[in-house]
Each structure stands twice: as C-alpha cells, then as structure tokens.
Design a protein around this ligand. Structure first.
Ligand code: PMP
Ligand code: GLN
Length: 385
C-alpha cells in the first residue's frame, strides 16, 4: 500500500486505544480471567436467538424504518411509562439506535458545535469526551468525591456558564457502581431551571440495581424530562452487548433535531434484531428479573472477596465492583492492573484514566457479569494477594 505522505490534522490528538481494548488484549495474551471490559461471559436466552433467526427467515433483511421498527418503539414506550410514569410517543419521541454509544454520539453531534461547553461528571465512561471534542465542543468536568462518589452540586452550579449547552449524567454509574438519589435528580433539575441546557441521561444500567434501591430515571422529573434524552441499551439488559442495539427517548422537538443527524449517521439499525426485541420485550420479567440475577452475582463475588485485603463498598448498581487495593500495594493503578493480569492472570480496569487529571485513588474495577464458576476462580486468586 502506498503511504499517505501528508500531514494529518487530527481532530482527536490525545485519543489512544481504549483501556477496554488494551486490557482485553492483555487478558488474551496472558490467558487471564477477564473481568475488565464489561460484557457477560455467558450466553443470552436461546429464545431471543430463535426470534432473530425467525425474523431473518421471515424476510426482515432489508433496511428498517429510519426511527426504528414501530412495534419495538411501542414496547420501549410502554416500558418507560410503566416503570417511570412518563409517556413517550413512539412516533416522534423514541428512536432505536446502534447501541447507546451511537445515541450519545448522535445527540452530541446534533446539538454541540464549536466552543459549546458540555458538563461531564468524572470519572466518566469514555465515549463522552471524544464525541464532544470531535464536534468542536469543550468538556467541562465536575469530579465526584473520592470516597462516596457524590456530586458537589454547588460546584456543579458554579461551572454553568452562558456557553453551557449540555450536561451528561450516568446513573447507575460506570465505573463507580453508585446511583443518583432522588435528591441528586432534584438538585440537577433545580440547577438547570431557567436555562436551555439539554441533558443526556445515560441509563444503560437502569435494570441492574441492588438492595431494593430505586432507579431515578430523568424521565420521572417534569423539569428534566422536558430537556433530556434518556439513553438505554439492550446490550446490558439482555446479555447481547455484541448486537449493539439501544435507543433514546426525549421530547418531540429535540427528537426531530436528533433524527436529522441520525438519518445521515446510520439511517437505521438492524431490522431482524429489532423485530426479535419487539417480541421479547413484551414479557416484563425479561428485564425485571435482572436485578435479582445480578445481585446474586455481586453477592457471590463479594463473599468470595470477604477474606481478601481489598477494601470494598458494595456496588449499588451496574455489573461493576470497584475495589481499593491500597492495603496490598501503593503502585499507580495502571501498574497494579498490569501486574494483576501478567502475574496473577486477572484482568481489571484501572480507574485513573476516567478521572480528571488522572487522579489515582488506588481503585480498580472488576466486571461481575460472569459465570459463577469464573467468579469463584477469580476470587480464589484475588484472596491470595
Ligand atoms: N454508557 C455506559 C455507561 C456504558 O457502560 C456503556 C457500555 N458499553 C455504554 C454507554 C454503551 O452502550 P452500548 O454498548 O449499547 O453502545
Ligand atoms: N461498557 C463497557 C465497559 O465499561 C465497555 C464497552 C467498550 O469497550 N467500549 O467496560
């Protein structure tokens, strides 16, 4: 191949390969137990796979409607109304996307331009900042407290300027496994009152929440629902991260603008998978049973670690558990995580890369969306550290 022999003016000069890819590759190289990237190591319900194959045989192999299969949008609308008491019109307030990642990227692209400020709460999932920067926007960070991962709402308010166009929140929160309380949502609502700021509420772990805690969706709050895109992911809910299927829901005026970009960004998502999900979503137990399913895994993982030297606050939601390894080592988290995978063959995710200024509090994240056998093997090794 002849070389491209000219200068490249990168729009993302600081972006490197994601830590998920790096740790995943290290896990493979060292044949380690992979608790790094967030995905289940067990199979989805075979019924769902049969539904996709039936849809393909029935001929759903060409483009789906731009906004998504209507039956699926109706199912999403019904779920949101039953769970959060908010009715989204499937016709013009819900769009099916290629995972939550595409929903988030498209929302940012549709609304953020040069010099616009977007508030991001750190540590943050890694897809927000590059999407802001590639569109010329400026991420403005609010760091969660180091101990309990709470937002300082006074600091949050002090960072709102005339240039603030958008705020991104994520509850249940990746990577900390904490959730926003009702009080947090009310603080957010009040902080944005009398502004025209749009909110992205990343709620991909809405069905993975423990100990009887309640998911406070932005859709529950009038003053937030009227300015928010709520983003969901079937990948998390139905153990199908590789199918890349998600959605966003928001007020018709905002959704109208979103779709202008969406139709030229991807046009539409996989047709057969949408048909299958539309049928599968009709049974609420398929998503309501998830809390219990993952709570058992979290508990098994925590019990397994109870005699370890890690300091642990049980995860409140998501399928991630943060652990503090300062009782074992004072190494920087990236060094510790690398040693964990090369010497002990357990892959994790170091957290400093998700913080402002790379703050390192000696925390690594483990994903417990794994078979019980994998979790037992992993905790046995971790207890020896
Ligand atoms: N947001 C958060 C907080 C996530 O952890 C993920 C995980 N991949 C996503 C968004 C992206 O979801 P999807 O795989 O549906 O694109
Ligand atoms: N959401 C997954 C996690 O947090 C990662 C997905 C990805 O690799 N981009 O681990």
């Amino acid at each position: 191949m002849p070389k491209y022999n000219h200068k490249i003016f990168s729009k993302l000069p600081n972006v490197r390969t994601t830590i998920f890819t790096t740790m995943g590759q290290l896990a493979q190289k060292h044949e380690a137990i992979n608790l790094s990237q967030g995905f289940p190591n067990f199979e989805p319900d075979p019924t769902l796979i049969d539904l996709v194959s039936q849809a393909m045989k029935q001929g759903y192999n060409q483009y789906a409607p731009m906004a998504g299969v209507m039956e699926l949008r109706e199912g999403i609308s019904k779920k949101l109304e039953q769970l959060y008491g908010r009715r989204y019109n499937p016709d013009n307030e819900i769009t099916v996307t290629i995972g939550a990642t595409q929903a988030i990227f498209t929302i940012i692209t549709a609304f953020i331009g040069h010099g616009d400020e977007v508030m991001v709460i750190k540590p943050a999932y890694d897809c927000y900042e590059p999407a802001i920067e590639v569109n010329g926007g400026i991420p403005v960070f609010v760091q969660l407290s180091n101990t309990d991962f709470k937002v300082d709402w006074q600091e949050f308010r002090s960072k709102i300027t005339s240039k603030t166009k958008m705020v991104i929140i994520n509850t249940p929160h990746n990577p900390s496994g904490t959730i926003f309380s009702k009080e947090d949502m009310l603080q957010l609502q009040q902080s944005l009152d009398k502004t025209d700021i749009i909110v992205i509420s990343d709620e991909v772990y809405e069905h993975i929440i423990f100990d009887g805690l309640v998911h406070e969706s932005a859709s529950k709050f009038d003053g937030l629902a009227s300015r928010t895109f709520v983003c969901g992911s079937f990948g998390k809910t139905f153990h199908i991260t590789g199918w890349k299927m998600g959605y966003c829901a928001g007020p018709a005026e905002l959704m109208h603008e979103f779709r202008k970009t969406h139709q030229f960004n991807v046009f539409s998502a996989d047709h057969a998978v949408q048909k299958a999900l539309a049928s599968y979503l009709k049974e609420p137990q398929h998503y309501l049973g998830l809390n219990q399913f993952y709570q058992e895994k979290r508990n098994l993982f925590l019990e397994g670690l109870s005699s370890s030297r890690f300091k642990i606050k049980p995860s409140q939601g998501t399928y991630f558990q943060l652990v503090d390894y300062s009782g074992i080592s004072q190494e920087p988290d990236e060094v510790f995580a690398e040693r964990l995978v090369t010497e002990h063959r357990i892959a994790s995710i170091p957290i400093s890369g998700f913080n402002t200024k790379g703050i390192d509090k000696h925390l690594v994240r483990f994903c417990f969306a794994k078979t019980n056998e994998t979790l037992e093997k992993a905790t046995e090794i971790l207890c020896k550290l």
